[in-house]
Design a protein around this ligand. Structure first.
Ligand code: 5GP
Ligand code: ZN
Length: 137
């Protein structure tokens, strides 16, 4: 198994763990984008949001919320960004589902929420919503 996060889960390579449960592990990111940047992963190898089981997703989501609250309290953060990438097109590098928990402070300058806010074409927005709804039903 070449997956780096599976190796962390199996204890083959070290990680600074903050939460270790039956279905979920949370550990500090080695390239922190802010103080307290951590990752929450399912122990069962799953590449992305499309493949994870409902049970693992529920466990991961619960852990994410608890880690976000704990990091916010521990570091007196003013906000927390939750980020999860799926596929190379979305800049996912490690192909084992992980949710980033990134404590934030006013004016910390992190680019994660820095896309330009410009109004969309309402007709196009509605047409895209219709296509998505079709695929939901
Ligand atoms: P993404 O796939 O969402 O783009 O990012 C992968 C994240 O995993 C990065 O933030 C990177 O710093 C982190 N990462 C990659 N390899 C390791 C590792 O071996 N240990 C830890 N703790 N984090 C890692
Ligand atoms: Zn894995």
């Amino acid at each position: 198994m070449e997956c780096i996060f599976c190796k962390i889960i199996d204890g083959e390579i070290p990680a600074v763990k903050v939460l270790d449960e039956d279905l979920v592990l949370a550990f500090m990111d080695i390239n922190p984008s802010s103080q307290g940047h951590l990752l929450v992963v399912p122990k069962q190898h799953t590449e992305n949001i499309f493949e994870i089981s409902e049970g693992d997703l529920a466990a991961v989501t619960s852990a994410v919320r608890r880690c976000a609250k704990a990091a916010k309290e521990a570091l007196e953060a003013e906000g927390v960004t939750i980020l999860q990438l799926n596929g190379r097109a979305s800049d996912q590098i490690v192909p084992h589902l992980h949710i980033h928990v990134i404590p934030r402070w006013e004016n910390d300058g992190l680019p994660v929420s820095a896309w330009e806010m410009k109004p969309g074409d309402m007709e196009e927005i509605k047409e895209i919503a219709r296509k998505v709804q079709e695929c939901l039903s």
